[in-house]
Write a protein that binds this ligand. Structure first.
Ligand code: SF4
Length: 154
């Protein structure tokens, strides 16, 4: 079974700072050939590095802006659509996406004030994948599950 995984989690330097958010276990999964990678923000046409962006609102009209106020909503929507297409082409049923990202975050995201405050909600890509029946989990949930398994063994 292949997983859809946020590219930054396996070591691709595609986050907004031009760095990765590598998680060793997920990189191993990728190197074994069990991962299909997506970076929705880059797939949507944004450059790396890029300005930090947050979801301002999902109410009535989705709006995502960078910290300097540039509207990047369109790029996020395009990237989410492309990520969904990749998922469907590869018959993905589970995605492991980067926690709290405005694209990839699942269940929790930053609140749009660029002050590190967290609110309930999904990133744009995570939301679209879920709407299409794909299970989305964060790398943090995976690490917690792995830790529990190893604790239970001891
Ligand atoms: Fe990582 Fe997703 Fe952000 Fe790309 S859009 S850098 S994959 S969290």
């Amino acid at each position: 079974m292949k997983y859809l995984i946020s590219a930054c989690l396996v070591g691709k330097k595609c986050n907004y700072k031009g760095e990765s958010n590598v998680v060793k276990k997920l990189r191993e999964l990728y190197l074994k050939g069990d991962a299909v990678l997506v970076c929705p923000e880059v797939m949507g046409g944004l450059k790396t590095p890029r300005e930090a962006a947050e979801i301002l609102t999902y109410q009535e009209k989705l709006t995502i802006k960078t910290i300097s106020g540039k509207d990047v909503t369109e790029a996020f929507i395009i990237g989410a659509g492309k990520a969904l297409k990749v998922a469907k082409e590869n018959r993905i049923t589970t995605a492991i996406l980067k926690a709290r990202s405005p694209s990839c975050g699942c269940s929790q995201i930053y609140d749009g004030t660029f002050s590190k405050k967290i609110v309930d909600g999904d990133g744009v890509t995570a939301s679209l994948l879920k709407l299409n029946g794909i299970k989305v989990i964060t790398e943090e949930e995976i690490l917690q599950k792995l830790k529990k398994l190893s604790d239970d063994k001891e």
